[in-house]
Design a binder for this molecule. Structure first.
Ligand code: NAD
Length: 430
């Protein structure tokens, strides 16, 4: 059986020596969490599959007058807790199965945060760097038109992801609103604030990483002022996490971008290092001492935050990791083999679905503001986010303590219990 089929029951075991696909990971984690809970197997069987996957053909006129045809997808995994929610990515590797796997992750992420959303993910298989702004706009408007019947504030709410940004969401919102005949900001989140986007949305995933890193330090009796932190990636997630932890007293000793890492054991002034948005890939230009990204991952620090890419902690370097705690800022930075190694070495790994869930949480706040025609101040957004993160942290910590499982398993158990209970009380229709 192909590892990409979604109908069988054995496709969540990855072939030896290969990196798991998003779908394999999502299914493995579902199975793993289900094994630890007394969940009706019929519900688990349903959750292995997406409710719907929409595939559309997108003919786009290029600027030179030729027509190119792209393929777009929207995978809608589970909506038992509310409308589908998840990113829209423009990337050459986008495929149906990748969208399905990532939509499952979104279901778990929304549930661990107790948001009234289910999971979705969509995308177009295209290299966005090869599109002009006008071509990207035409692509987005056509995608929106083709998906118009299956998205909406009460059905499925896209958000930015790889290769898309607030401007893309503005085009999507405009295309949808023009066809519906009224302005409907709640159809997407991650929009510019001037058309209903939320304050604090951009910083939210980094902010949640910092809040969770602080909570886990307190849990392990560490004073933030005496905590050395290394962060890979200095973009939306990494720079915001670094600056907030810095502001709260932590000692940020290393930060990096694609070119390498800045290292200063006495502490980096994170506000003086430009983030990816402020000056792309400039971290090492501001450094007195540089190390490689690989060296950063194995620094002897209290907390390591991989916040750039997936699959950076692998079976090759997991034994060399010297951090006492890992907080996942990026999505999927730890491979499953590395996860087992870190587990055996008693290094706590706080999973992405909890740590970086600030993004989808502030997306929820944005949606609430949109459907109620409100606009919250940044202070309120940040305070409510902090409260939601603390609540989710407490729920995960309780499972961690009562079941003696890993932090990752604890987060999945929280998520799956909520989803399964909702399925149980709603029942199977018809
Ligand atoms: P970004 O584009 O803003 O920044 C990425 C950073 O990583 C940049 O500093 C870049 O130089 C660095 N980088 C790129 N390749 C690298 C490499 N090979 N080695 C080291 N550093 C490298 O991206 P982001 O929005 O901060 O996202 C980072 C991660 O967090 C991704 O895995 C993303 O999926 C995840 N995430 C993002 C959000 C969000 O809303 N932005 C939410 C949840 C999760």
């Amino acid at each position: 059986m192909s590892s990409h089929q979604i109908t069988g029951d054995s496709d969540d075991t990855p072939p030896a020596n290969s990196t798991e696909s998003a779908l394999q990971t999502a299914r493995r984690q579902l199975r793993h969490a289900a094994e630890q809970l007394a969940i009706d197997p019929n519900i688990v069987r349903r959750l292995r599959h997406p409710a719907k996957v929409h595939e559309v053909t997108l003919p786009i006129e290029r600027d030179d007058g030729t027509v190119e045809v792209f393929t777009g997808y929207r995978a809608q995994h589970d909506s038992v807790r509310g409308p589908y929610k998840g990113g829209l990515r423009y990337h050459p590797d986008v495929s149906r199965d990748e969208c399905v796997g990532l939509s499952m992750w979104m279901t778990w992420k929304c549930a661990v945060m107790d948001l009234p959303f289910g999971g979705a993910k969509g995308g177009v298989a295209v290299n966005p760097k090869e599109l002009s702004a006008n071509e990207k706009e035409r692509l987005t408007r056509r995608f929106t038109q083709e998906m118009r019947d299956v998205i909406g504030p009460m059905q499925d709410i896209p958000a930015p992801d790889m290769g898309t940004d607030p401007q893309t969401m503005a085009w999507l919102m405009d295309a949808y609103s023009m066809q519906e005949g009224e302005t409907i900001p709640g159809v997407v989140t991650g929009k510019p604030p001037v058309i209903g986007g939320s304050q604090g949305r951009q910083e939210a995933p980094g902010r949640s990483v910092a809040v969770i890193a602080q909570a886990v330090c307190e849990y392990y009796d560490r004073v933030l002022e005496d905590t050395a932190v290394a962060i890979q990636g200095y973009g939306s997630v990494g720079a915001n996490a670094a600056r907030l932890l810095d502001d709260r007293g932590a000692n940020i000793v290393a930060v990096s971008d694609v070119n390498g890492a800045m290292y200063d054991p006495t502490g980096i002034d994170t506000h003086s290092v430009p983030s990816h948005d402020e000056e792309p890939e400039a971290v090492t230009r501001y450094a007195d001492e540089t190390i490689t990204n690989e060296e950063l991952l194995t620094l002897d620090v209290d907390v390591l935050i991989p916040a750039a890419l997936g699959n950076v902690i692998t079976e090759t370097n997991a034994n060399a990791v010297r951090a006492d705690i890992v907080v996942e800022g990026a999505n999927g930075p730890t491979t499953s083999t590395a996860d087992s190694i870190l587990n055996e070495r008693d290094i706590p790994v706080i999973p992405d679905i909890l740590a970086n869930a600030g993004g989808v949480t502030v997306s929820y706040f944005e949606w609430l503001q949109d459907i109620n025609r409100q606009s919250w101040a940044r202070k309120r957004v940040n305070e409510e986010l902090e409260r939601e993160m603390q609540t989710a942290w407490t729920a995960v910590r309780d499972e961690f303590e009562s079941r003696s499982v890993s932090w990752r398993d604890a987060a999945y158990i929280v998520a799956l219990s909520r989803i399964a209970e909702a399925h149980n009380v709603r029942g199977l229709w018809p």
